[in-house]
Design a protein around this ligand. Structure first.
Ligand code: BGC
Length: 274
């Protein structure tokens, strides 16, 4: 991996799609088209690996010497191990995912939770830049992901999509993720009522200074964010659904050029150290 790299590949594995692009790490801009393939049905490790290979192939970055690679995954990630599996196969629970991808792809990668890396992208290049206090980024997609950032430092694996709805038996993401809107055929105001409950609850628990909303639906933020009544400012992610790709790429370089990266990214790298 080149010590002078200013670009990296980010691959963001989601419950529905696997997205990738080459990213300019000085600006956070995409340098290539965004490639997206469907997440294989069942999302078993071998099938997900094959889909990641397709993305790298289409980006023409299959050579390990090309550019550093960061991979984001929709589960708790601790020391390269996935510890949960909300929208992927149960095989990922307690699974050496980072070394599985490294072996399968024949190259070193950096590996972290998808919402955490989206938070890092927004911190470095987007809506959370220069924001003091507590920023909570949530991704609204197949699930609800979260990144908690306090004074520029990420607190990884917060999993705020899984707070429980008292007396309902199901968690927040089953009720309020974008997939719940589609499943229950809600219109924007109906979905916004569910989001109102969710963000009010998170606001009560954590008293954040800023909410940032990412995920695919953030491109329609004008349809639902104005319907929410919160004390905390709530804004769309500047990089919308690309934040995961950008954050994964930013992470790919972490640790490779100590002193050049900001503290936050190095902290995140520390959580995924080999
Ligand atoms: C997972 C999280 C993930 C989120 C968004 C949730 O179901 O538990 O780890 O960040 O979905 O993909």
């Amino acid at each position: 991996m080149s010590a002078s790299a200013t670009r990296a590949v980010g691959v963001d594995i989601g419950g529905t799609g696997i997205k990738g692009a080459v990213v300019d790490l000085s600006t956070g801009e995409l340098l290539t088209d965004r490639i997206k393939v469907a997440t294989p049905h069942g999302a078993e490790p071998e099938d997900v690996l094959d889909a990641v290979k397709v993305v790298l192939d289409r980006l023409e970055v299959t050579d390990a010497g090309d550019v550093p690679l960061g991979v984001a995954f929709p589960a708790i990630v601790k020391n390269g191990r996935t510890l949960s599996a909300a929208n992927v196969a149960d095989t990922w629970i307690d699974f050496e995912a980072e070394s599985f991808f490294e072996k399968g792809l024949g190259r070193q990668i950096h590996f972290a939770n998808d919402a955490d890396v989206a938070g890092v992208a927004e911190l470095r290049y987007g809506a959370a830049r220069d924001q003091d206090g507590l920023v909570i980024l949530t991704t609204l997609g197949t699930g609800i992901g979260s990144a908690m950032i306090y004074n520029g430092v990420l607190i990884p694996n917060s999993e705020l999509g899984h707070v429980h709805r008292a007396k309902h038996g199901k968690d927040a993401e089953a009720w309020a993720a974008y997939s719940a809107m589609e499943r229950d055929e809600l219109d924007w105001p109906e979905w916004a009522e569910r989001l109102q409950w969710y963000y009010s609850h998170i606001e009560f628990l954590f008293s954040p200074d800023l909410f940032v909303v990412g995920g695919g639906v953030s491109k329609h933020a004008d349809k639902f964010l104005p319907l929410l009544d919160l004390k905390t400012p709530i804004v769309p992610a500047v990089h919308r659904n690309n934040a995961g790709i950008i954050g994964a790429a930013a992470l790919a370089l972490a640790g490779e050029r100590p002193g050049v990266l900001d503290e936050t990214t190095e902290d995140l790298a520390g959580t995924t150290a080999h």
